[in-house]
Write a protein of this length. Structure first.
Lengths: 217, 333, 333, 217
């Protein structure tokens, strides 16, 4: 494939990669949720992405927008909790910006992610610093934009985005939660890493890993 | 993990199959999406009332479906709010043309999923009003946070609004009543033990033999504070006083009082708590006009209790006394 | 020991004070000797029904006092049968001139204390008939032993005989009906955990994380056998088959089925057990006409369940459906 | 006091001694009951004899029969369980045979105990070998009669009775229970010492200790 171009197959392998990672990290995510939530984030994400993969055949041949919208709608219909509507909205919005497209430029891919993040914030009303997935998604999108605008190769940019997501995730540890279930704990929410920020970091980590070959050509 | 279950992933579906087998006279159970509806739904001209939330709080909500209470309940996975398609389908199934009230407990997940369901139903021309219950005084309320949790008052709101809908009141009236009940109800809970989510397999938190959690929710979350175990009388005061001071309930007020078990606490202990609660209310000049003592809104097998006080006027008391015919709450029918 | 109590020695009295405070519309509580009577006792011309036993089995028996069920309940110390003076005074308090039925669970202590009470009441000219319930199939029956324990069928007998007394049937008729119900009812129980008697402070027996007890009673006694934990479906079969084979229940029989929690097991699990029980009954051609799923006869906070099947004819079903108004069982009123 | 004569004060100190012993052995008796019963025998006996001692003033000046009858009636009214009616009957029957007496000869004391045992068997329908208190009471009464008829001093005879009660108590360990709560355990009742037989042994142990001085004069 041509360097820096994301095909529908790339999107599918990204989602497949994420489904596997969520499966492996299921217990870890649930443990994080047990500390400041209700011990189901791992099970929720695992259930949701297993369903997404099962539905892949229904979008065979379909465009990237259709794949991402199917992903969002499936998450909404199978995950529940806060994670379901939020990740569901993330992918549905991303899908809306990529309607009809069979491939994306790095900047189009970024635009899709930014639209997804905007949707998450619209639904969840969370801003940065409230100890949620927004704290991983926001710096990740910002880093990706910075890198691409600086002319970095896509794979490098994605590595930087994943790194920013990881730092955002770690930054949730000292935060006092003011949104989501963890907010009920008040002071006791401090000192724990947010599970949703963690699953969001993993999403960018998978992108970086999947598209790693994108500049080697 | 010691539970009377088969596979953790089958717990909710098998529970629903059990409910369907045990109560064919009261409810029908729909699978994919999962919801429980009154056997006689939809009732033409009556406002439909739909609630729902994660499973593990039984009898809430499925046990409250029936004449005089809920028209439908949507059970999610254990402690995970249900998905929009469940509430959307349930809303269609109970819509008798007078609109549908969604009673939503204030948890981000519940709020977001009900919100999406309401958008879908409204898109199909069904009038839906959502009322969010947030009565947990253990959580400081604030515009800048997720706010308070919805707990015990939910049970009372479902009973009272169910009776109002049965009377033929309009969607607006029933929704306003629900907001009034939420405004007048306050709750707080505590845990002696954690509980074990089936697919997790171990207790959500560890609680030493001499410690307890005060200010818990209903999802096995740790509470606001952990402290050494105290006597039933001291614990009852630690729950009742913040409740009384929050509204505040005043001398001369009439209330409906609920002492609720978290699932693993036997009745003998709940009555000991009720005894002290009655004494405290008396001391504050508060009259308990009606009471509930038992397991109504639970966290699986957690040991502990919660207290709910609802300020009640004549309308609320009359609606409380109206017939109700559900698996979890029944009188006059 | 983690319990919502004050002093272990005050548990029963404080529980009774809580019951008195919570249910003034249903019952009056008398102290020294301790017994709970219907608020409107004695009812002239109606056969009085008195039961009792150790505390710790709530809602049984105190939660079953009220219209259509018991006229009085005598609670002993936790797991200790009450004393003759309690049953003697309760018998006098409910005697409406038509005689009094004592429903006694078959435990040596209960039998002996009720026997002494009956002797005292008869000495005062009150006609008393005692019926002993012994429905536990986990215990082999024999003339040479204490025989079988009285467990779940007691709840059904109290409801059915209460309805018959309410209809105005004679003491002989109500006693005969009680014997018929005992003859047609069978039960068996199991435990996932032990329970802790307040004045003992530690679990009555230790049960490893991977073991369960089959064939338990309702006093925290260990059961007939200990074995590795099994699935809900396997456990339900281990309880249901001995019950079905004992009477035996035959294809074409109609039954009332109860899946009872031991106190610490949440409803979500009991419905999973009921699901399998319904399947097993269906497989045997047995029709479940009525059912109860919940905590009715418990062992403090023990986790586990028991199953009761009662063969039912039209008379029994009609009496079952008759109105009952108690804290623990209520419908039609 | 004259050798071998039991006064009402002796009876009272015997009951006082037993009350103390039951208080000390409360947990032990409850432990035994936990193994094959319902973990309440110690609490039951402690509650009952505390009440008996509290009622002692009501029989000040009264005869031995009155003291023993009060003891029995108080046990019936405060103990509950199987222990209450059985020990209650034991003392009520013993009281009936000592009506009006201000002092007893050793044979009269024995007759009272035998009447009590007969009452226990009439109420409880248990015979020897069923793993109950009868297995301690029966050999104790038999040993006492043998010793007295052989002309042994009372204190010596009581020591032999207490020893026989202890052997009877130990003999319940291998027994299969066929009466009382333990019978529900079937085979599992084997290998445990019966709590009621234990409390009955302690009753004779107290008698032997209290009346120890009865021959030194
Ligand atoms: N208002 C919100 N905005 C954005 N993210 C949120 C919000 N509320 C919760 N979250 C995210 O959702 C995660 C929890 O997801 P999950 O455990 O699946 O749902 P629930 O909390 O309902 O059990 C949190 O860790 C947090 O990152
Ligand atoms: N039928 C009987 N005859 C004689 N003694 C009996 C009988 N049944 C039980 N017991 C005695 O009673 C003891 C138990 O007493 P207790 O624990 O106070 O009563 P419960 O068994 O009702 O809890 C047993 O250890 C046994 O010695
Ligand atoms: Mg969660
Ligand atoms: Mg959740
Ligand atoms: Mg007992
Ligand atoms: Mg006992």
């Amino acid at each position: 494939m041509r360097s820096g171009v994301i095909t529908r197959d790339d999107i599918i392998s990204w989602l497949q990669c994420y489904r596997e990672v969520v499966g492996e990290q299921k217990d870890y995510l649930t443990q994080l949720d047990a500390a400041i939530g209700d011990a189901d984030h791992g099970a929720n994400m695992d259930r949701g992405f297993a369903a997404v993969l099962a539905k892949m055949p229904t979008v065979a041949e379909k465009d990237i927008g259709a794949i991402l919208k199917m992903t969002g709608m499936t998450l909404v219909a199978t995950v529940g909790g806060a994670g379901g509507p939020l990740y569901g909205t993330f992918f549905m919005r991303a899908g809306a910006t990529t309607d009809g497209k069979m491939e994306l430029s790095p900047l189009e891919f970024l635009a899709a992610l930014e639209a997804g993040l905007a949707g998450v914030q619209q639904r969840g009303k969370a801003t940065i610093g409230e100890k949620t997935m927004v704290d991983a998604l926001t710096p990740a999108c910002q880093a990706l934009r910075r890198a691409l605008e600086a002319g970095q190769p896509f794979a490098v940019a994605l590595q930087q985005a994943a790194q920013a997501a990881e730092e955002g995730m770690k930054a949730t540890i000292p935060m006092l939660a003011t949104k989501g279930r963890a907010s009920y704990l008040g002071e006791r929410s401090i000192g724990h890493q947010d599970p949703g920020a963690t699953s969001s970091y993993l999403l960018f980590r998978c992108a970086a890993d999947c598209f790693a070959n994108k500049n080697k050509e | 993990m010691k539970k009377l279950i088969n596979k953790p992933e089958d717990v909710v579906v098998e529970e629903l199959q059990g409910i369907a087998a045990a109560h064919p006279d009261l409810v029908r159970v729909h699978f994919n999406p999962n919801y429980i509806v009154r056997a006689d739904a939809p009732i033409q001209g009556k406002v439909g009332i739909v609630s729902g939330g994660g499973s593990g709080h039984e009898p809430m909500h499925g046990g409250f479906v029936g004449m005089g209470m809920l028209d439908a309940a949507c059970p999610g996975a254990v402690f995970t709010s249900p998905t929009p398609d469940q509430m959307f389908e349930a809303t269609k199934a109970v819509n008798g043309g007078a609109g549908v009230l969604h009673i939503v407990k204030n948890y981000t997940g519940d709020v977001l999923n009900f919100e999406m369901a309401a958008e879908l139903a409204q898109a199909e021309g069904i009038e839906v009003v959502s009322v969010v219950i947030d009565d947990d005084v253990a959580v400081q309320d604030s515009l800048y946070t997720a706010g308070r949790r919805g707990v015990g008052t939910t049970v009372l709101a479902e009973k009272i609004c169910g009776a109002a809908a049965e009377q033929g009141r309009s969607l607006q009236e029933v929704a306003d009543l629900c907001r009034k009940v939420n405004g007048w109800g306050r709750s707080m809970g505590m845990a002696l033990t954690s509980c074990t989510v089936p697919h997790v397999g171990k207790p959500t938190f560890d609680l030493p033999e001499d410690q307890m959690e005060i200010g818990i929710g209903i999802h096995g979350e740790p509470g606001r504070t952990r402290m050494p175990l105290k006597t039933a009388d001291e614990i009852t005061e630690m729950l009742a006083l913040p409740i009384i001071n929050d509204l505040p309930f005043k001398a001369g007020d009439t209330v409906i009082a609920m002492v609720n078990g978290m699932g693993g606490t036997p009745l003998i202990e709940l009555y000991i708590v009720y005894r002290k609660l009655a004494e405290i209310c008396k001391g504050h000049g508060i009259t308990i006009a009606r009471s509930l003592v038992g397991n109504y809104i639970t966290s699986l097998e957690m040991a502990g209790c919660s207290i709910t006080l609802l300020k009640a006027d004549d309308d609320i008391l009359k609606l409380w006394d109206a017939p109700v015919k559900t698996a979890g709450l029944r009188w006059g029918a």
